[in-house]
Design a protein around this ligand. Structure first.
Ligand SMILES: C[S@@+](CC[C@H](N)C(=O)[O-])C[C@H]1O[C@@H](n2cnc3c(N)ncnc32)[C@H](O)[C@@H]1O
Ligand code: SF4
Length: 430
């Protein structure tokens, strides 16, 4: 039986993309053709290891084991070598290391991978990297800065012991505060703290307390996400059985409003639906340029008219590179309407965009494609439109993102769910 969400997704896919299904196949695209003529690229590196597995986490990761980590280093270096002749001197203008937990490999090969990246590619930017509070001793922070990391994020998540316990985070609120203090004193261009709200039983006061404390601790940016429950995670399976702990969409809106008030009063600006950044600070974010190459197990790459994903299974990733095979598991050819919808998705996420940028990218006026959908949103006060710049109001940012979530969470959940079960799926239909 099709759910209401499923029906809406189908209608919108048909309206916006001209197709009722999106299908990824096991085909490996010819990369030389796709890379020709690209003027700049972003780079993403995935480190799929963590010291413990959190119940709610949708990302591709496994428990850290030193032996596997050292094989992973060799595999990533082989993958880098395979791209070297294709990329030549193409400038890399954005570099993001995510996970999992990249800091698990601080003393077991992360530096070796980065040296190889810098030796092989034409890197013209600093590094943005995710970290875990437990890994941020002063000694480790010194190593992180010496690797060239300029923007650091740490997963604080909550500043009340009871919520940290519910989330299964292996530190106390006091230890998280100390890690933030050390990070903000370490001289990074931007320190971002992640927090999760809409936790089971969380009060508005607790959300407020966490937001205020992060500002007082001096972080440059806060990324505040509502707790997403992906069906294939342990938390997702539990919440399907017991819905009493799920926070409704209106209460989540109320919590986000509490946070907006705190961050705006402290002078932070909204830089995405969920992120607030001090003015004058270059925001911490994932890859910042439209086209990027992903390295590592489960890394995705987006090369203008194709999107592809590496196999999620670390052992398969290592094995295929050992045998000289490309670790790509799934790819998706992107029609022009898909490229346009992808462009718009990220602009809505950033809460502002210029219609003229759409014109430059696609050679067609924005209003000719999307004007009929955006005009009513402007009448409803969900966005302002001065003829070129479109800025979403806080209400617009929230509700448009709820709508986007209907797609992205479903798609990510389905795609990652299948990819975590099967290393080489034949096809995945979204
Ligand atoms: C890869 S983790 C950050 C680095 C490190 N692994 C850690 O946990 O500290 C990325 C961030 O995604 C957010 N996150 C993960 N699972 C989430 C979920 N189910 N709902 C909302 N946010 C989530 C958390 O804020 C987390 O800090
Ligand atoms: S939230 Fe972070 S530490 Fe926890 S399992 Fe996910 S990636 Fe690992």
């Amino acid at each position: 039986m099709t759910s209401l969400g499923g029906l809406l997704r189908r209608v919108l896919r048909t309206l916006l993309l001209g197709q009722s299904q999106i299908v990824l196949h096991s085909r490996v695209p010819c990369l030389q053709d796709r890379l020709d003529g690209i003027e700049e690229l972003g780079l993403y590196l995935h480190i799929p290891f963590c010291r413990q597995i959190c119940l709610y986490c949708p990302y591709n990761k496994e428990l850290y084991r030193p032996g596997v980590a050292s094989e992973y280093v060799r595999a990533v270096k082989r993958e880098i070598d395979s791209y070297s002749p294709l990329l030549g001197q193409t400038p890399i203008t954005s570099f993001y290391i995510g996970g999992g937990t990249p800091t698990t490999m601080l003393h077991s090969g992360l530096g070796e991978i980065l040296e190889h990246v810098f030796r092989t590619f034409n890197i013209q930017c600093g590094i943005h990297m995710e970290s875990h509070p437990n890994d941020l001793s002063q000694e480790n922070l010194d190593v992180i800065t010496s690797l060239g990391v300029e923007h650091l994020s740490l997963g604080v998540e909550a500043l009340q012991d009871r919520h940290l316990r519910t989330l299964g985070r292996p530190y106390s609120a006091a230890q998280a505060r100390e890690a933030v203090e050390r990070a903000t004193a370490a001289g990074f261009e931007c320190v971002n703290a992640d927090m999760i709200f809409a936790l089971p039983g969380q009060t508005l006061n607790e959300v407020e307390q966490t937001g205020r404390e992060l500002v007082e601790l001096g972080v440059d940016q806060v990324a505040a996400y509502p707790l997403f429950t992906f069906p294939y995670t342990q938390l997702g399976r539990g919440s399907q059985a017991d819905r009493s702990n799920n926070t409704g969409v209106l209460r989540r809106r109320k919590m986000l409003r509490v946070l907006e008030r705190i961050f705006y009063a402290a002078g932070y600006e909204r830089t995405s639906v969920w992120a607030f950044t001090r003015p004058g600070v270059a925001k911490y974010c994932s890859v910042t340029v439209p086209l990027y190459l992903g390295l590592g197990a489960s890394a995705g790459s987006y090369l203008r008219d194709v999107f592809y994903l590496n196999t999620f299974q670390v052992s398969e990733y290592i094995q295929s590179l050992k045998q000289g095979r490309i670790p790509i598991a799934l790819s998706l050819e992107l029609s022009e309407p898909m490229q346009m919808a992808g462009w718009l998705y990220w602009r809505i996420y950033e809460t502002r965009f210029k219609k003229s940028d759409f014109g430059k990218r696609f050679g067609r006026p924005f209003d000719a494609i999307y004007g009929r959908y955006f005009r009513p949103l402007s009448w409803l006060g969900l966005l302002s439109d001065d003829g070129d710049e479109v800025v979403l109001s806080p209400e617009g940012a929230y509700w448009l993102h709820v709508l986007e979530d209907l797609f992205s969470l479903q798609y990510v959940g389905q795609l990652w769910g299948v990819s975590q079960r099967e290393p080489w799926p034949e096809r995945v239909a979204l």
